[in-house]
Design a protein around this ligand. Structure first.
Ligand SMILES: C[S@@+](CC[C@H](N)C(=O)[O-])C[C@H]1O[C@@H](n2cnc3c(N)ncnc32)[C@H](O)[C@@H]1O
Length: 276
């Protein structure tokens, strides 16, 4: 059964007020951020232009010791537009450059809680052999652990090379509270070598709660009791670096809707730091 989408025509997305063109889209009040047309009001290009296309080649130089294929996990992939765009972006060629990474060198597992969005992603994906889309509530360890292990085991691996956590932290936080956000970040930190996080700023939380109130729905259960609040990018940096020994490698700047793209690295003291 599809995750619920409380459909209404209104003008606020999960982060800020965005006024859709009449008839173009109706973002709705999706309780998990499972907006059916998310990429139409937050196009992948705005994130991609901040991320170097050569990022994976810098982090995992071809011919280096890193096992291939490189394995990526996209958590909260929605209908796959950003996942597919990231996949293309990281395989792209600079003009005249010979690409050392071929599609068989890069595998993505992309998951979302909403099966209808996952179905769409699967249907639209031009790389079915190397990108997999699955329905998964990342907060449910009983389904999460076997699913992730079964993917990683195919490659004889126990962790992903990179995990993408794009515009999902707020939804985990609102639906699962401080403890849920902490558990989520802890699990991701233990699951990868690099973690790219795009946290929603606090003003988005207020917008999401306001929108739910306007609809006459109960507020998110945890909203008022959240102690982790304020500068969310900074709070997430503190959690990942202080509690999980990750290192902030780079902040790729902010998108036009005021979100930073933060790249963290799991603590691997023996590896040289790539210069970005
Ligand atoms: C705002 S959208 C972001 C989509 C995409 N990552 C992007 O940045 O373009 C957040 C996505 O996270 C998904 N999501 C929220 N909670 C989730 C959970 N517990 N497990 C898996 N996916 C979840 C939602 O269904 C939604 O598609």
């Amino acid at each position: 059964m599809a995750a619920p989408i409380l459909q209404v025509a209104e003008a606020a997305t999960d982060e800020e007020a965005v006024t859709p063109k009449p008839g173009l889209l109706e973002p709705g009040a999706a309780p998990y951020g499972n907006f059916p047309s998310y990429s139409r009001f937050h196009p992948p290009e705005q994130r991609l232009r901040l991320l170097p296309a050569a990022l994976l080649r810098w982090l995992f130089p071809p011919g280096g010791p890193d096992p291939r294929p490189l394995l990526g996990l996209d958590v909260g992939c929605n209908s796959g537009e950003l996942s597919i765009a990231l996949y293309r972006h990281f395989l792209s060629l600079e003009e005249g450059e010979i690409c050392p990474v071929s599609t068989k060198d890069l595998r993505f597992l992309c998951c979302d809680i909403d099966p209808a969005l996952v179905d769409r992603a699967e249907k639209d994906c031009p790389f079915p052999a190397t990108m997999s889309f699955v329905t998964l509530d990342i907060m449910d360890p009983q389904t999460r652990e076997p699913l992730l292990s079964s993917f990683l085991n195919q490659f004889g691996r126990s962790a992903f090379d990179i995990v993408f956590c794009m515009s999902i932290t707020m939804w985990i936080h609102l639906n699962h509270g401080d403890n849920g956000l902490l558990a989520f970040l802890a699990r991701l930190a233990s699951l990868c070598r690099y973690l790219l996080v795009e946290p929603q700023p606090w003003k988005c939380y207020r917008a999401a709660a306001r929108r739910l109130r306007k609809l006459g729905r109960h507020n998110f259960d945890h909203f008022r009791s959240l102690a982790i609040r304020g500068d969310m990018a900074d709070r997430i940096i503190q959690i990942l670096t202080n509690d999980h020994g990750m290192e902030l490698v780079c902040c790729f700047g902010s998108t036009s809707w005021d979100r930073s793209l933060l790249l963290f690295r799991a603590n691997q003291p023996s590896e040289p730091m790539p210069s970005l």
